[in-house]
Each structure stands twice: as structure tokens, then as C-alpha cells.
Write a protein that binds this ligand. Sequence first.
Ligand code: NDP
Length: 451
Amino acid sequence: MSETEYDYDLFTIGIGSGGTRASRVAAAHGARVAAAEEHRVGGTCVIRGCVPKKMLVYGAQFAEDLEDCQAFGWTIEGKKFDWKTLRDNVFRDVSRIEGVYTETLEKHDVTLFHERAEITGDHEITLASGKVVTAKYILIATGATPHVPDFEGSEHVITSNEAFHLDEVPGCILITGGGYIANEFAGIFNEFGSKVVIANRSDVILRGYDFSLRDRLMQISMTKGIEFLFHAEIEKVTKKEDGTYSVKMTGLEERSFDKVMVATGRKPNTEGLGLENVGVKMGDKGEIKVDEFSKSSVDYIYAVGDVTDRVQLTPVAIREGQAFADSIFGDVEPYSVDHTCVPSAVFSHPPIASVGLNEREAKEQYGQVKTYTSDFRPMKNVVAGRNERSLIKMICDGANGQILGIHMIGPYAPEIMQAAAVAVKAKMNKADFDATVAIHPTVAEELVLMR
Ligand code: NDP
């Protein structure tokens, strides 16, 4: 088939963060683009992930602020939290953002099919309606979905997908898993008054983050009333007559909860896409194997974002989508995304943020490292009488002072880390930070005052 005989230059399956960016940019480069989305435009980040989660985090933070404000002279009588108000306001804004995404695609003349798509032959896509189209390139950007381990009664649990839609805040909730979602939702529900229990299969939370931050988050979370269970995997969940759930975990007596939420990682969405029909290679988790340019084992099929299970973060998916579209349809040399030194944050209470190597990784890779730590109680917490300390850790190459990683837990950590990440990515030294005058009084000034 010659190029002009294809219906489209690009057909994107999945209109989340990566798929939207790739489609819009490809169209801007002059490609004829169509896309299919079976759920809602915006994908996980906008509809059931980062965006609504951050709004809940803001909502939850008021619980502490309303408590702390009294030490600053404020009296707030009759304070009361209404979950449905927050939930519905979040939904409203999510719909607004979905509209913005849709409008952007329409403005770029991307044809949008609101239905499921499957690859049914070489360069051929069949839509749920039966319509068959062809495309020179196919981009898979279908994201990932919560992974629920196999146990009896697993049909009774919720995942983060459903957590946004609850009718009420659960009186007590078990969250299984110890990663991003478990710790973020534990903070949210705890601030809204739930009794929260986190149960993880191992004895660590947030594997991959620096151990000092993990310990500090656990200590603060426990002080706030969150309970942690380790080496505890769910064996069975039984729904009781009163609507609550009885949960049996390894080595523990049965316990009752109003809700059981599973946050044990996310698996790539590759089932039923017809990838086997054309020979696309996949890994053990069902992820699409791609090269540095996001090309799969099939020459004309590319994949970006969580479906490739490289780094499951929205900004990474967006970069991959942009690089794909520029490289294939733009007037530039093909380029790839640098997956190293990616900053990240956990929107727990308080939040964690990190960039570069943690202390263990730095020691393994560099041998001699120098670690600077600032362990302090932020001024606001002191006045409020909140016994909650922040921690910043800077890890440098012992040989030349190059900053290998910065890790922080405390108020505004993600906001501060975004700027600090520029310095780490640019391979700056501790001396560059030392030479910078502090902005006083701030939490961030600790970064340039560590000795
Ligand atoms: P994570 O990968 O963060 O954590 C998974 C947790 O579940 C770990 O504690 C792990 O334990 C445990 N686990 C894994 N498999 C099993 C199993 N079969 N049975 C029992 N426990 C298991 O996953 P999340 O679901 O929290 O989040 C998914 C991804 O989404 C994240 O990795 C992140 O990339 C992204 N995300 C990013 C956010 C952000 O940027 N703020 C927010 C939310 C999600 P162990 O470590 O002991 O093996």
C-alpha cells in the first residue's frame, strides 16, 4: 500500500497524557491523525489519577490547617467537612479539563473515535462499531490499570479508580500495598477522619525512595494515627451482612473494615488490542517492549507511557509522546527521551519529593559519597505546636562534590524539588548551592545552608 492509500498517517489508541500529546503534535506537523478512546479523554492522570488525587490532597490539608490556625489566633466555629461537596467539585473540574483536552485535539483536526479500537491486520484498526481504518503508523498509548492480586473475595475490593466515587468517607479502611497510591490515599482518608490501616507484603514502604524519607513518613503517619502492618498479604475478603468486610491477612486474626482498597501496582493495558495479531513483542507484565525511540518490535507500531512500563509518570509519557511525534512527523533528527534523573513526588501528608540517586544507590555506584542532612521543624509547625519535622538530604560524589541526589519530606517538598531537580540534572555541585544566598525565612533555604 502506498502512503496516500492509508486513511491516516497516525492512529493513536488511547487518549491519555502521552496519546494526546503525540496526536496533537503529529497533527501540528501536518500528519492526518485519528485517535480512539474507549473511556474518557484525558486518561488516568486527568480522569482517575494525578489531577483528582491532588484536589483531594488539597481538600485533606485543610483538616490540619484548621487545627493549626488556632495557634495563629483564628477561631473557626462549626467547621464541618462534606465529602460529597468535594467529590462533586472534583468531578466538575475533571470534566472541564477533559473538555479542554478534547478541544485541543479538535482544533488540531484530530479525528476522535469514542470507542474501543483493535489492531486487526497490518496497518489496520477495527473500531467497536465495526468501522475499519488504516494508518501508516499506529501509536499505542493505552496506559495501565490497577493490578489486583489473586485472593478469595477480590471482587469486594476497590482500587484508586473507585476511591474517587465513594458515597461517603469510610469509617475504617484497609489499604493494601505500600507504594505511591497507598500512602497518598492513606493521608487523604486519615485527614478526612477515617481509621486507616496500610498492609504491605514486605517490610518497606515506597521502595526506591531514600530510606531516611521512608522512615520519616512512617513515623509521622503513625503519629497521625495511620497503622502499618508488614508481611501482611490478603488471603481472603468476606462481605458481611452489615455491608462491612472481614479480612484475613497472613499471620493475622480476621479484622473488619468498611472498605478494602488495593494499591499494589498497575499493569499495562495490552489485553485485547490485537497486538499478537501483528507480532508485537511484550514483556512478562504485558508491557510493550520498545526501543529508545518508543518503537515496538513491529516497524510501524510505537508505544508511549505506562503501557511500556518504563517510568509510570505522566510527564514522562508526555515527553515520550512529544519525542515520537517530532521524530516521525517533524523536521528534526529523531531523538529519544532521557529516562535518567527523573524527579518524582509522593503527595502524602507531608509530601515527599526526590531527584537522582538515593543514598544506597549512590554508594553502590560511586563508592565514596558525602551526605548532607537538614532535619528541622518548619517555623509554621513550631508556632502551631505540631511536632512534625522535615528532612532534606543531599547526596554528593565524594570525589568532586557533584550532587547525585536530593531527597525531601516536608511542606512544599514537590514544589521545591522541581527547581532543585534542574540543578541535579545540570550536574551542579554542592559548591554551587553554597554560593547561592538563602531566601529567609523559607523551608527551601535549607537547601543552600547545609554544611
Ligand atoms: P507502587 O509500585 O508504587 O507500589 C506497589 C506496592 O504494592 C508496593 O508496596 C509493593 O510491595 C506492593 N505489591 C506489589 N505487588 C504486590 C502483590 N502482588 N501483592 C501484594 N503487594 C504487592 O504502585 P501503586 O499502585 O501505588 O502506583 C502505581 C504507579 O503509579 C506508581 O509506581 C507510580 O509510577 C504511579 N503513581 C505516581 C504517583 C505520583 O507521581 N505521585 C501517584 C500514584 C501513582 P513491595 O514494594 O514490598 O514489593
